[in-house]
Design a protein around this ligand. Structure first.
Ligand code: PFF
Length: 459
């Protein structure tokens, strides 16, 4: 299949950085500590690591394979690769597999809606750190600031909309100029600042208790729900199960080594999540913040760490700036799933597609943001709209999407075609790639199905 006409990443580094940009974000620094805190700390970490390596990494490669083979968006790729098998209901004729792509596009849209709520907070916190709102404050005041900010009648909405506009502007500029350039320099900088934070957090008094919480497993805490949450978190964190990496895979050049790229990104992503845990839990225990604090955990613990540091003002400012950028490279990849599908399936221009995608997201996203106000009617049962979107996507849609993707690559595509992608038409050593194929075909689908179905039956 030809590389002509379609954009490709400028270099292998471009692919790694763009994929890492998509993977690294609030999922690592905000959602991972939240989930680990609520699901038993170390017990969650262990299951998470198994999921990321056993299911996450092979699924990344399955998505790259579909993307590069088809050179198409999340929907079109399934249409191109699944052949002509059509189902007809009444007078309607349609192929089943592209529905997996539509499910992915819908999921990207729903994730983007609640993700930009927290993305808006990062923008707000960047402003707060610039205005020096944290220096010299005690825990009560920092907790109060979080509550006041997230329940403010318009501020978090303005921040969220600003973030969406920023995302749309980068996506309009296209893959190479917009996405690749942003990621290349800034991701390594984020890593450096996180290491500095880690050192500070570990030297706080009472840090040991937090470390034990995060690293010393109590195996009795591993329940079916914890396993499903860890699976969902690994999908969320690695940006898999919704076609984001199919879309990015479609821009990979023929010469790139997808396997080493996927391994590199998965390891970097896991490292950043673990680092976030090592920053947040020791500090949280030291300050007396509960690990189950949920949405507030990162946004109260981190400002507390900064205000204990020499040069805290400066570090806080740089950190939130980098977090905004890490978040931006993730929202870009989410919007890109929608835009690639709209431009190629509905023939909209890139600019129009980005506008339509961002505007639709804004409508649902604002509801998620407003659901944080105390007494807000935006609840369904006991959950806020925000929680509902989070759970529906990470615990249900992503695992289902992921399952269908590995089934497609393992059972619908020809083995020779998959191996041709994994080995760059035989140019790369096949050994380990055969094992990856085996995992995609047998282990990953069984693992996802067993976890998912057993949880559904237990409800
Ligand atoms: N992986 C991103 C994070 O950890 O913040 C979130 C995300 C981006 C999920 C893109 C899914 C996706 F397609």
């Amino acid at each position: 299949m030809s590389d002509k006409k379609r954009e490709t990443f400028g270099s292998k580094l471009g692919l790694v950085m763009a994929t890492a940009g998509s993977a690294l974000g609030l999922g690592n620094i905000y959602r991972f500590p939240c989930e680990a805190g609520a699901n038993g700390g170390a017990a969650f970490l262990i299951v998470y690591l198994v999921m990321a390596l056993l299911v996450g990494m092979p699924l990344m490669l399955a998505e790259f394979t579909i993307g590069r083979r088809s050179r198409s968006n999340a929907v079109g790729s399934f249409r191109k690769l699944s052949g002509e098998g059509k189902i007809s209901i009444f007078n309607f004729q349609f192929s089943i597999w592209p529905l997996v792509g539509y499910l992915g596009v819908l999921c990207a849209f729903l994730i983007l809606a609640f993700y930009t709520t927290v993305a808006g907070w990062t923008l707000g916190y960047l402003g707060k750190s610039a205005a020096d709102h944290f220096s010299g404050q005690d825990l009560a005041s920092i907790q109060q600031q979080f509550g006041d900010f997230t329940s403010h009648p318009w501020l978090p909405i303005v921040c969220q909309l600003a973030f969406l506009v920023l995302t749309a502007v980068v996506v309009m500029r296209g893959v190479k100029d917009g996405i690749e350039r942003c990621s290349k320099i800034l991701m390594p900088m984020l890593l450096v600042i996180m290491v500095v934070l880690c050192i500070k957090s570990l030297t706080l008094s009472g840090a040991g208790e937090g470390l034990r919480f995060f690293f010393k497993p109590d195996f009795s805490k591993i329940t079916g729900r914890v396993i499903l949450s860890a699976l969902g978190q690994s999908f969320f964190s690695l940006s898999i199960g919704i076609g984001a990496l199919i879309t990015y895979g479609s821009y990979i050049s023929r010469k790139d080594n997808m396997v080493s790229s996927a391994v590199g990104v998965a390891l970097a992503d896991t490292l950043v999540a673990v680092l976030a845990g090592v920053i947040i839990f020791p500090a949280a225990f030291s300050f007396g913040i509960k690990p189950e604090a949920g949405a507030a955990l990162a946004f109260t613990t981190l400002p507390m760490v900064f205000q204990q540091m020499t040069g805290g003002y400066f570090f806080c400012l740089i950190f939130f700036l980098l977090l905004v950028i890490a978040t931006l490279t993730s929202t870009i990849s989410l919007l890109e799933v929608i835009v690639a599908a709209l431009t190629e399936e509905l023939r909209l221009s890139r600019t129009k597609a980005a506008r339509v995608g961002a505007a639709a997201t804004a409508v649902v996203g604002v509801l998620a943001t407003m659901s944080f106000r105390p007494g807000s009617p935006l609840h369904i049962g006991a959950s806020t709209v925000f929680d509902l979107l989070d759970h529906a996507t990470a615990l249900y849609m992503m695992p289902i999407g992921g399952l269908l993707i590995v089934l497609f690559v393992g059972w619908k595509m020809k083995r020779a075609d998959v191996m041709a992608e994994l080995t760059n038409d035989g140019a790369l050593h096949a050994g380990i790639r055969k094992s990856i194929y085996f995992i995609i075909r047998y282990i990953a689908p069984v693992a996802i199905a067993v976890i998912f179905v057993s949880q559904m039956l237990m409800r």
